[in-house]
Design a protein around this ligand. Structure first.
Ligand SMILES: [Mg+2]
Length: 153
């Protein structure tokens, strides 16, 4: 189970998943479309199958989203603290910023307003702010040069 919190520890996103592979650094999981997801905004059932890439040493993850039987529709990248896997629980803190990458190469940074608000509301330390901004830049750069996993259609 994926258990995501915000910086204050409040539950933000709880999603079941299946582990596909884990080499100790990169953990790859899968989630099937329509499986219920708990979010702080209510229950959500995604129309997308997702394959999710978590690196234990990176401050972002990548959700590869596709309609069942279709090619990739979108890569949704979340800026977060590095994930921790404890038993079957994967946890991290969501740091608001997201990077949307489209198959046509379009890249969009999202939720900067939320990031600004939460910096004040939760009092993010300077190091967290710098790490989060650096992670958003790093994943956008990786997408721009079609590095893994953005090279996998
Ligand atoms: Mg966000």
């Amino acid at each position: 189970m994926l258990r995501v919190t915000k910086f204050d520890g409040a539950a933000h996103w709880i999603q079941p998943f299946r582990v596909v592979s884990d080499d100790g650094t990169l953990l790859v999981t899968e989630y099937r479309a329509r499986t219920p997801i708990y979010t702080s905004r209510g229950e959500f059932r995604s129309p997308y199958d997702s394959r999710v890439y978590f690196w234990r040493d990176r401050w972002y993850n990548v959700f590869r989203l596709s309609k069942p039987g279709c090619s990739v529709a979108l890569w949704y990248c979340n800026v977060t603290t590095p994930p921790r896997l404890c038993g079957s629980q994967l946890t991290y803190v969501d740091l608001d910023l997201d990077v949307c990458v489209r198959p046509d190469g379009g890249i969009q940074l999202k939720d900067e307003d939320e990031f600004d608000l939460h910096q004040r509301q939760y009092g993010y330390p300077d190091e967290i702010i710098a790490r989060a901004e650096g992670a958003a830049d790093a994943v956008a750069m990786l997408a721009r040069r079609r590095g893994f996993p953005f090279c996998e259609g």
